[in-house]
Write a protein that binds this ligand. Structure first.
Ligand code: PMP
Length: 352
């Protein structure tokens, strides 16, 4: 029966996250999680929490102060939220409030159009080149804002300072969000540019490089006026986006730089080794500055390989989307996990 109130309901097309499994024995390389545990200091901080009967500090000031120190920015230039998805959603609400379309690449993080749908933000996509490169000139036209991941997802391709400055210089009357979810794995971070550009917002996450996807912490770094607006928008919606556990463990993780750098080194080394192995098997592998690689081989149907691996309890990511439906995105796990995956791919090729 058609409900009489149906036309009053919001119509949404949700984002589909990488599949999670109850089976702990799978090799899970489909959600760009870190294979290493969080800093032991973060785990210790969680154990020491005693005041869960009280609300958390609504500005998460312990964590914000640790991040201001880490980024070398001034007080008031850092915002935190419940994962960078929450931070970016709040950025849409705060900064993309124009009738003009916002711009982002056609091959990019598939959440960007979803937020446009939810918040009624008009958008236009700009086609990346056949090698999946973003052309800065595509972002010179009038717009309601720009959002780009650097490195891009799901390609892992990263751009440098000149590229970012070019886009910022041509968008002085719009906000440009640079989503640096994967930057710690070797990309260029534009945090240093927030002093020079009052239209720049950089977002980062603890989910990848800091092994804390389960805790949900994201950050935005920008000038004080923009951060103040983000806080105001957050306080119109939910005062306590970060809980006490996330604040305490996040602070401890930021302060444990040695552990952070050790984990990054391991993931980067494994990525370079695995990329070589995949190339030796005839795959085109895009140069990645993230904790995943994006690969394709013309004579292998990506979807079939994805499904065959899944049957063997190895989960990678396949996107049934135009232009990338014969590519696979593979998260970098431990050396051992990547070796098992390589052996399975070899076996698959042998039996083709
Ligand atoms: N940006 C990009 C490009 C991503 O791939 C992800 C992870 N899905 C996010 C943002 C959000 O990550 P989180 O909410 O875990 O911080």
């Amino acid at each position: 029966m058609t409900k009489l109130f149906a036309d009053k309901l919001r119509k949404v097309e949700p984002y589909v996250p990488g599949e999670q499994s109850k089976n702990k024995n799978i090799i899970k390389l489909n959600a760009n999680e870190n294979p290493y545990p969080p800093s032991p200091k973060a785990m210790e901080a969680i154990k020491n929490i005693t005041d869960l009967n009280k609300y958390p500090n609504s500005s998460a000031s312990d964590l914000v102060e640790a991040l201001e120190k880490y980024y070398g920015v001034e007080k008031g230039e850092v915002f935190v939220g419940n994962g960078s998805d929450d931070v970016i959603a709040l950025c849409y609400l705060a900064f993309f409030n124009s009738q003009k379309p916002i711009l982002f690449p056609d091959i990019t993080y598939s959440f960007y159009p979803v937020w446009c749908g939810l918040f009624n933000v008009p958008y236009k996509t700009k086609a990346v080149t056949k090698d999946f490169l973003i052309d800065p000139k595509d972002y010179y036209e009038e717009n309601g804002g720009v959002i780009l991941p650097n490195p891009n997802a799901p390609t892992g391709i990263s751009e440098g300072k000149d590229f970012i400055k070019d886009i910022l210089d041509h968008n002085k009357d719009s906000i440009v969000i640079i989503d640096e979810a994967y930057v710690d794995f070797g990309g260029y971070s534009s945090v240093e540019l927030i002093k020079e550009y009052d239209n720049l917002v950089v977002t980062q996450t603890f989910s990848k490089s800091r092994s804390l996807a389960g805790l949900r912490i994201g950050t935005a770094i920008a000038n004080k006026d923009l951060i103040s607006l983000l806080n105001a928008v957050k306080n119109c919606y939910n005062s306590y986006t970060l809980d006490s556990v996330a604040i305490a463990a996040g602070k401890a993780a930021v302060e444990d730089d040695t552990y952070f750098k050790d984990c990054l080194k391991k993931v980067i080394n494994t990525r370079e080794r695995f990329s070589k192995d995949l190339k030796a098997l005839g795959f085109t592998v895009y140069p990645s500055h993230s904790n995943f690689v994006f690969a394709t081989r013309d004579d292998i149907k990506a979807k079939d390989l994805f499904e065959a691996l899944k049957k063997d309890d190895i989960f990678i990511r396949y996107f049934n989307l135009p232009r990338i439906d014969n590519h696979l995105r593979i998260t970098i796990g431990t050396d051992e996990e990547m070796d098992i995956l390589t052996e399975h791919i070899k076996k698959y090729i042998k039996n083709m």
